[in-house]
Design a protein around this ligand. Structure first.
Ligand code: FE2
Length: 179
């Protein structure tokens, strides 16, 4: 692990230990992520690996007590996630490419309708989820794979989350696992 990543993990650990509201924690995490993308050697080649047929989360760090995790999220050209939630807060920094975001607001009585859509470009840092704004779908909006660093307030690969059927809005639980 690079020195830059080790230092970043320590900074996130401090923020999580300090606690506070989701708004306070995500804004502090976003602040320390602002300079992060300029630092060298954040990833090794394994972290940038695409997975055929599906968006993938590679673990950069999983805190032992499950209080936070840091992922390299890789979305290949043409890939799109299901409509899903996180059950925790999350902050994203786009390292490469463009991430297309669509947000959905429950409850769903039929097909979930997108009420906000935007594209996040290389270098952008944004809050990707909180308890109030938790349901989205992500796709690659560039002609190169989109890679982002995602920080979540839980072990995002291990917790139970929800997927919403695109036609009916029906909920299914899932555990994403780690790539
Ligand atoms: Fe997500």
């Amino acid at each position: 692990m690079s020195e830059a990543m080790a230092q970043f993990i320590e900074e996130v650990r401090e923020i999580v230990r300090e606690g506070g509201t989701e708004e306070e924690m995500t804004s502090k995490v976003a602040e320390v992520m602002e300079g992060l993308l300029d630092l060298p050697d954040l990833f090794n080649p394994e972290h940038l690996r695409i997975t055929k047929g599906s968006y993938v989360l590679h673990p950069l760090h999983i805190e032992e007590d499950g209080s936070f995790s840091i992922a390299a999220a890789v979305c290949d050209v043409g890939q799109v996630t299901p409509i899903h939630d996180h059950g925790t807060w999350g902050v994203t920094a786009i390292y490469q490419g463009i991430e297309r975001e669509e947000r959905f607001r429950p409850p769903f009585d039929g097909p979930p309708k997108c009420d906000q859509e935007w594209e996040a470009e290389e270098g952008e840092v944004f809050v990707c989820c909180t308890s109030d704004e938790d349901i989205h779908r992500v796709s690659c909006g560039s002609d190169v794979p989109c890679v982002g660093i995602h920080v979540y307030g839980a072990d995002i690969g291990a917790i139970e989350r929800r997927i919403y059927d695109v036609k009916t809005g029906k909920v299914k639980t899932f555990v994403s696992g780690w790539g």
